[in-house]
Design a protein around this ligand. Structure first.
Ligand SMILES: [Zn+2]
Length: 216
């Protein structure tokens, strides 16, 4: 299995291969704050400035988060039997809960809203979010209550797993710093020209008859 450095390199490679397909202005601006990206140390490690569009950042941050999650899962499965069992149980509950629209998406879309932003006066007939959990069969076994000792042991395992997440997160960020130059080069080549074109389009709209646009 690859170490963290190899996994980070690989994920940056995949992101660089995805980036040429990204196009500005294909989605309405999101109105909700992204919990994955906002204030993420991964964004600073990648060297992303505030002007790099969110979907571009999200795609890389998502891949890095997956590396951290996988490492924590691995560590949990090997070393934290109580927590592992709780997580398996939660997974089983989720599987029983039926359709999950946010599951199985490619990394670029994980953690983003699954439905477009609603427009005034144009209600959706259905939303993917609304379908979540349909087809539920609620026949999961009731859990037995945990003793105080078991609770304390579980709490200790959760601390260990948090510690693993923190140290893996730090290792991922340190490894990512090595790729800053490649990331910056790709943003400059593939993202910035699109931002410039969009901005100059907006100004052309303002200088012209002023009837089109509606961006301001
Ligand atoms: Zn995000």
């Amino acid at each position: 299995m690859d170490g963290i450095d190899g996994r980070v390199r690989n994920a940056v490679d995949l992101w660089l291969r995805w980036l040429p397909r990204w196009q500005i202005g294909t989605a309405r601006p999101r109105t909700r704050i992204c919990r994955k990206c906002t204030g993420s140390p991964i964004a600073s490690a990648a060297g992303f400035g505030p002007d790099v569009p969110h979907p571009v950042q999200h795609a890389l941050i998502g891949r890095m988060s997956t590396i951290i999650d996988d490492a924590v899962d691995d560590y949990t499965a090997k070393n934290l039997p109580l927590l592992h069992r709780e997580l398996e149980r939660a997974d089983a509950r989720k599987r029983h809960a039926g359709y999950q629209p946010a599951e199985g998406l490619s990394p670029e879309f994980q953690g983003l809203d699954v439905d477009p932003q609603p427009q005034d006066g144009a209600p959706f007939l259905f939303t993917l979010e609304g379908l979540a959990g349909t087809g539920a069969s609620s026949d999961t076994a009731p859990r037995e209550p945990l003793s105080d000792e078991a609770k304390a042991a579980l709490r200790h395992e959760i601390e260990l797993s948090d510690e693993c997440a923190r140290s893996t997160g730090t290792a991922v960020c340190l490894a990512l710093i090595d790729h800053r130059a490649r990331i910056a080069e790709a943003v400059e080549r593939l993202v910035e020209p699109q931002i410039e074109a969009l901005v100059s389009d907006m100004f052309r709209g303002l200088d012209g008859d002023g009837a089109r646009g509606g961006l301001f």
